[in-house]
Design a protein around this ligand. Sequence first.
Ligand SMILES: Cc1cc2nc3c(=O)[nH]c(=O)nc-3n(C[C@H](O)[C@H](O)[C@H](O)COP(=O)(O)OP(=O)(O)OC[C@H]3O[C@@H](n4cnc5c(N)ncnc54)[C@H](O)[C@@H]3O)c2cc1C
Length: 394
Amino acid sequence: MTALETDVVIVGVGSVGSMASWQIASRGLRVIGLDRFSIPGPFSAYAGESRLFRKLYVEGGHYTPLLQRAQDLWRDLEKISGSELLSTTGAVTIYDEHNPGLAPLLAAAQDHGLDYQLLRGDEARAMYPEHVIRDSDVTVFDPEGGYLHPEKAVTAALLEAARLGAKFLGNRKAHSIETYGDRYIVRTDHEEIIASRVVISQGNGAGALCKELGVHLAVRPQILTWFPAVDPSAFCREDMPVFMRRVEEAGRSNPGRFYGFPSADGWTMKVVGSVYLDEVESMEKPLTWDPQFMETIRAWVREFLPGLIPDPVRVATCADGHLPDTTGLFGRFPGMEGVIAAAGFSGHGFKLASALGAIAADLLTDGTTATDVGFMNPARFREGDTRLASLALS
Ligand SMILES: Cc1cc2nc3c(=O)[nH]c(=O)nc-3n(C[C@H](O)[C@H](O)[C@H](O)COP(=O)(O)OP(=O)(O)OC[C@H]3O[C@@H](n4cnc5c(N)ncnc54)[C@H](O)[C@@H]3O)c2cc1C
């Protein structure tokens, strides 16, 4: 078996792993990134053309500094790559006035001095003609929101990392990490790699790592759907704000959340809803599903987006790893001082990936970071810091 040696191994070169590769290589460290699929690959959680970016974060104002850093880094990567990676269309969230999500969203805005516009009734209907706005609805517009182009962004980070000297090894699965003096050995089915530091960014493949922490990582595939517009010129404007809608009123037969993007192809709209397929261990192949799973999304489209034909012309599946508290896991792995773990972003991690990559580089080079990510600390799931001899990765 081949033995390699480097400063940092990155296990899983998807969203966070590609950004960490770029950022760590830019600090002058030697990086080897490895992935169970090709790099970039087909089954990573960023697949599917677009990901929401929001500054007004219903998850809480404690994310604001992280989102600010992420936004700055997406802009840096745009300059490096010369292509648009974050399209700022604005983002509108539509709630029923009694929805409990409304208050934390406005609190996050007020606490951090973020701009927003709150509209209802005819004013909201005039501003967002694509949507059915009921008298009981409130719309909150985030002018800094928009969407990321994930495949382009990951590729841009990988190219820049490679230019800075990072090496990538695709189509090999990492099985374990062992401590080796003050270094680590990462074992794959092809080689062992000795490194001073390791970043584990396995996405939905992090079940074994989470098990070690005593928390279950639920891998819940979702269906992405592209619906054709009756009048694409009116409906699929490139500058149409991305939207999120929460229809969770008591008594609804199909409560849930859905969101959508202006189309990349110019004649469809991508809509994704909080509809999950059966849990899988990890996402390693294309999935099939019962068409029944699409009915909820089609019903929301029929009810709230009348300019779309409620029959999708394109579908895809994609899965993130979900944690019980829906807060991602990011930071030093308890018991392994030189190992940083990133996983469990529970359906909202892509927008943060650029910042998480930079914070991994801060922690590896300076031992600390100025951006607060303490709320994602993996140690919240397992107290104590008993030194671990090894850690299973699959
Ligand atoms: C349908 C859907 C919609 C979403 N929408 C949004 C959104 O609008 N906005 C947003 O911010 N976020 C969104 N997310 C969440 C976001 O896409 C994810 O949180 C993010 O992409 C996860 O990044 P990651 O680096 O953890 O995982 P990934 O990008 O999946 O990277 C993990 C990598 O590790 C590799 N790997 C796993 N195990 C091993 C192993 N043993 N050995 C080697 N390699 C391994 C995998 O092949 C993969 O390439 C969405 C997710 C889904 C599924």
